[in-house]
Design a protein. Structure first.
Lengths: 254, 493
């Protein structure tokens, strides 16, 4: 993996927000929470506005031509950025690992894809590994359990960063659930094409969450959280499902 | 491996999910073996072992013709016979012909996935030859008229009560669900078969070119007997199951037994290099090694899938896969189940035919982490989906789903332009209104969306998107972000 640049907080590098389509359209409050965390840290923010989707849904379903077209557009749009930060592990995994694969036969694009992949970071990774921040001054009185999203944990290797951040949230008690890194059963189009299997997986995830004794479940990918929450409300469970940015942004309320 | 007569993947998955016995067994299996293997890899005394072994596997595959020839020479020099079968039909014909010529009436088998792949049991049975499995799990599955549902634990879908009833009926013993008693009963019955069989038919965990031997791993001792007691021993070997040197074999054996069963070494490791030498009382009079291609050359020729031939059939990916862990092995409609089955079954017997195997996983990546030879199965699943998306004449693949293809073309148009994307959001925000329930969630959607809302609620599109909130609120008083629109103007619409 590329060594992460250590940046100085004295002259903070401006962060370009990479807002996944799901966050933009369905969970804008997650994007806003990320903005509020960066504002509190005094990080200048940019939002390259034409962004839509990174291309992941098409890539995972095998539609590489469509994925490449959308990836190319995203690269055109964002490559001027110094640091690109995204509140989703799977979208970062797409850019970091699959963009270079998509353009392996196009040397000019490949070079651009690799350049982008080196400066694209997942939100908690950027805070902990790049900025060296684990204490945001957040306050959130709750027993929380953390769900490891697959691409975040296994493709990007980000397991400890979110936990470190959560442990530093005042009044938040982090409890581990069993099989925290087992898939929630989302899997993109898998969830609608194979709903019975998908539901069995999310039910197991929810059972593990409930058994942990937590009153909130926190994750770094809204797609998993949408799956977990969607099943929870159907099961009439009242436990709160939150993106980590929402927990970290919560100081003002306290 | 023709699934036409079998229930669909979705249907078979539903059956697995509804089977409480299977659910209990799989849960126990995964909690112990899957997680155990991951833990083992974290504490390997030599952390480079897996990547080293993988590199050697790939190197050997690159020289497969040479190592196979060396193996064949070694075996022939000891008086063994080697037959290269291009297809399953050729392999079956060779074994049937041999059985016929030598007057074989009873065959005892060691556990072999390849034997199921080529369907040799049915081929021999058609000639009136009795075929008996001697691996306990396979014996049970055969007695039940079922098929194996796990590479290493064939009868994981059955519990001891079911096995007790089965034995009471077929072995004519009083019903018991006490495992030692059941095992003793099977042992007694199997001993008779082993003593009277004319041919032992086994698989091959791996062959070693340097020594000219095949190696078989077992915990029950049945392989040792099946390879030495009958007068003929026939071993079926997938052409990729070969290592170049004894050193490679040591490394691979170590990984195999740990990945499969968390064992430092299996109870038995049998090395066979030919028939028994003249004057030796033990061992078969004839030894035949059937080296089978049956579609493997095509995999070898494709750099995208070549690494799947590094697989050593340990079953570790089954022990960690959340999908296999719920639906069980029968849903895969092939002797190879779980993540490895989802990749290798389509490659061996038709990508269109097994499209559901290519698509029915979440790509979570747990199989890649646990694989002793670090095979990137999720990457290969995505590559198979790529073939299904557009078709691939080289692999005789037709585009699989025109509606889905159209959907992604449309998706590309929508997310390919800011204007289309924003109009799309506006349109669906209006359209979704009647579907939003009192709790603020969408509880029922027609068509494709029904797959989601059948068991889950869907949050609606937000009343204002992040981009709108950024424009209206967050971009204000931000001296540092002037000029963010210029990039957009370049690409807008």
């Amino acid at each position: 993996m590329t060594p992460l640049p250590k940046l100085s907080l004295c002259q903070p590098t401006p962060v370009s927000l990479f807002i996944p389509c799901l966050v933009d359209a369905m969970f804008p409050e997650v994007g806003e929470a990320m903005v509020s965390v960066f504002d509190r840290l005094g990080i200048p923010l940019l939002y390259p506005e034409g962004q839509t989707c990174c291309g992941q849904p098409a890539f995972n379903s095998g539609y590489q031509r469509e994925a490449a077209a959308v990836a190319r557009r995203f690269i055109d749009l964002i490559e001027g950025a110094e640091a690109i930060v995204c509140p989703s592990g799977s979208c970062v995994a797409m850019v970091r690992h699959h963009y270079p694969e998509l353009f392996q036969d196009d040397p000019a694009m490949l070079e651009r894809a690799v350049a982008i992949s080196r400066k694209t970071f997942e939100f908690t990774e950027y805070l902990v590994d790049v900025l060296g921040v684990t204490e945001i001054g957040a306050v959130f009185p709750a027993r929380a359990t953390y769900h490891d999203s697959c691409h975040l944990a296994r493709t990007l290797g980000i397991r400890e960063q979110p936990r470190q951040l959560l442990r530093h949230v005042r009044d938040l008690h982090l409890v581990e659930m069993a099989s925290a890194d087992t898939c929630c059963g989302f899997g993109g189009t898998f969830s609608v094409n194979y709903p019975d299997i998908s539901l069995a997986l999310v039910d197991e995830k929810i059972d593990n969450i409930l058994r942990s004794g937590a009153d909130i479940v926190v994750g770094c990918d809204v797609s998993c959280l949408m799956n977990i929450r969607g099943r929870m409300t159907r099961r009439k469970e009242t436990l709160q499902v939150l993106h980590i940015a929402q927990v970290l942004a919560s100081a003002e309320k306290a | 491996m023709n699934p036409s007569s079998q229930p669909s993947y979705n249907e078979a998955a539903r059956q697995g999910l509804a089977n409480p016995c299977l659910q209990r067994s799989l849960h126990g299996l995964q909690a112990h073996y899957g997680k155990g293997a991951l833990a083992l890899w974290r504490t390997l005394p030599d952390p480079t072992l897996r990547s080293r072994v993988k590199a050697r596997r790939m190197q050997t595959l690159a020289h497969l013709d040479l190592v196979l020839e060396q193996l064949a020479d070694g075996i022939r020099a000891r008086g063994g016979q080697v037959f290269f079968a291009a297809t399953e039909a050729e392999a079956n014909e060779y074994v049937r012909d041999l059985a016929c010529k030598r007057g074989v009436r009873r065959v005892v088998k060691g556990k072999s996935m390849l034997s199921a792949e080529i369907g040799i049991d049915a081929a021999l049975a058609a000639d009136g030859v009795e075929v008996v499995e001697t691996d306990l799990g396979e014996y049970i599955v055969q007695m039940a008229g079922s098929t194996a549902s796990h590479i290493i634990a064939p009868c994981i879908h059955m519990d001891r009560q079911q096995i007790g009833r089965l034995f009471a009926k077929h072995l004519h013993i009083p019903y018991t669900d006490d495992p030692p008693t059941l095992t003793r009963a099977a042992r007694k019955a199997l001993r008779q078969h082993l003593l009277t069989a004319d041919m032992g038919l086994t698989g091959c965990n791996f062959a070693c070119a340097e020594t000219g031997q095949i190696t078989l791993v077992s915990n029950e001792g049945n392989i040792r007997m099946a390879t030495t007691m009958p007068r003929l021993h026939v071993a079926l070997m997938g052409m990729e199951r070969i290592v170049a040197t004894l050193d490679d074999q040591r490394d691979l054996l170590q990984l195999l037994t740990q990945a499969a069963a968390l064992q430092k070494l299996s109870t038995y490791v049998s090395c066979v290099g030919g028939p028994s030498p003249a004057g030796d009382l033990d061992g078969p009079e004839e030894f035949h090694l059937v080296i089978i291609d049956n579609g493997r050359s095509r995999i070898l020729a494709d750099p995208e899938f070549r690494e799947v031939l590094a697989c050593i059939r340990c079953g570790a990916c089954l022990n960690i896969c959340p999908v296999y862990g719920r639906i069980g092995g029968h849903a895969y409609g092939s002797p190879y189940s779980g993540p490895i089955g989802a990749v290798v079954t389509p490659l061996l017997s038709g990508i269109n035919l097994h499209a559901d195997l290519c698509k029915g996983e979440t790509l979570c990546g747990a199989c890649r982490d646990v694989c002793p030879v670090a095979n990137d199965l999720p990457r290969m699943l995505a590559a198979l989906r790529h073939k299904l998306a557009y078709g691939d004449p080289g692999w005789h693949v037709r585009p699989q789903n025109r509606l889905e293809a159209f959907g992604f073309k449309l998706w590309r148009k929508i997310v390919g332009s800011k204007k289309c994307y924003e109009s799309f959001l506006k349109f669906f925000r209006a359209l979704q209104r009647p579907f939003i329930g009192p709790q603020g969630m969408i509880g029922r959607l027609p068509g494709f969306g029904g797959g989601w809302t059948g068991g889950r609620d869907l949050p609606p599109l937000a009343s204002s998107s992040f981009r709108e909130r950024w424009r209206q609120v967050h971009s204000k008083n931000r001296t540092d972000c002037a000029g963010t629109e210029t990039e957009e103007q370049r690409h807008g619409g």
